[in-house]
Design a protein around this ligand. Structure first.
Ligand SMILES: [Fe+2]
Length: 335
């Protein structure tokens, strides 16, 4: 599977490949990446990221939040080594902290891999997924409005066009491209202040970073780009209190919206692993899911920067772009 994905990322004999790992990396993935790269004929190095130094940020719920700390600790020798590589296999998640932007700008491809080997084996990036993602992106790119409805009561409208697309197909195959194996999804960010309506998270919908399924429906009232009310029972109380802990109005803003595009991704995966083992890429990618999210848009070039970011992959939604249905009650519509 590693050979397949590395070849999909256009790793070739003589290219420089760096496997970036840390204390949290899966050791099987470290070894598999190195061996597969060498089998292809790449010049493979391993870089072990230092433990973050300097003041540690503590998240409002008491856990250390490593994404607030630069993953590479500003170590110029490491940054320059990664910039000199053709591709970095990132087994730690360096996308927070700003260093990755400099590395990509140097032309280095970056493939993030954090799911356990069993998930990677089932959910290998394929050219079929890539084509499906790229054609969905072509449709989303020209959309002016997205309208999302569901039998559970969702009815959300957002205007589009102000921000770029998020396009993931699990292959870092272009100069400077970042991607995350496994994943298959497209999304964009609503025009400022445009998201209005209702989102009803139904039983079985997923909330990340909780890495859990909703058991009691949550009704989100959304006005002018922000969630203004959260109604429901236990799950609504939990979500509201979590978001309020950040003491940041921007936590309630609507962030990226889009849909999942891989038949290899499983809605059930989240329930089959220990939370510490997985990162929710199945939930973000399963075919025909709608992903609603909250919080920042600075990754897309907006000004909203908040530590509270929640992805909420949902089932059985209908997504229409300028009136054209692209997902019908959770089933992908092919055009
Ligand atoms: Fe997200």
């Amino acid at each position: 599977m590693w050979r397949t994905v590395l070849k999909g990322c256009r790793v070739e004999p003589g290219q420089r490949m760096v496997v970036l790992s840390g204390s949290s990396s899966n050791q099987d993935s470290v070894e598999n990446a190195i061996h597969a790269g060498r089998e292809i004929g790449a010049i493979v190095d391993q870089v072990i990221a230092p433990l973050p130094s300097g003041p540690k940020q503590v998240s409002p719920w008491g856990n250390l939040a490593p994404y607030h700390v630069s993953a590479l600790g500003g170590d110029r020798a490491i940054i320059e080594k990664l910039k000199a590589a053709d591709i970095v296999i990132d087994l730690i998640g360096m996308d927070r902290g700003g260093e990755q932007k400099e590395i990509q700008a140097a032309g280095t491809r970056v493939l993030l891999v954090r799911e356990p080997p069993g998930t990677l084996q089932r959910f290998v990036s394929t050219s079929e997924d890539k084509q499906r993602v790229l054609s969905a992106a072509d449709r989303l790119r020209i959309a002016k409005t997205m309208h999302v409805t569901s039998a559970a009561g969702s009815d959300l409208t957002v205007k589009l066009g102000e921000y770029p697309l998020l396009i993931q197909y699990g292959l870092a195959d272009e100069k400077g491209r970042w991607d995350h194996w496994p994943s298959a999804l497209v999304a964009s960010w609503p025009n400022e202040g445009s998201a209005t309506g209702t989102i009803v998270l139904d039983k079985g919908d997923v909330i990340l970073p909780f890495k859990d399924y909703v058991r009691t429906a949550i009704r989100l009232t959304i006005r002018d780009g922000y969630i203004t009310q959260i109604d429901g029972e236990f799950d609504a109380d939990f979500l509201r209190e979590y978001m309020e802990m950040f003491d940041d109005r921007e936590a309630f803003a609507v962030s990226h919206v889009g849909w999942g595009l891989s038949p290899l991704a499983r809605w059930t995966a989240l329930g089959l692993f220990d939370k510490a083992q997985i990162h929710g890429m199945d939930a973000r990618s399963f075919l025909g899911s709608f992903m609603f999210s909250t919080g920042p848009n600075d990754d897309a070039g907006g000004s909203r920067d908040t530590y509270c970011h929640i992805d909420m992959p949902m089932r059985r939604c209908t997504i229409a772009l300028d009136g054209e249905v692209v997902v019908d009650a959770g089933r992908l519509v092919s055009h």
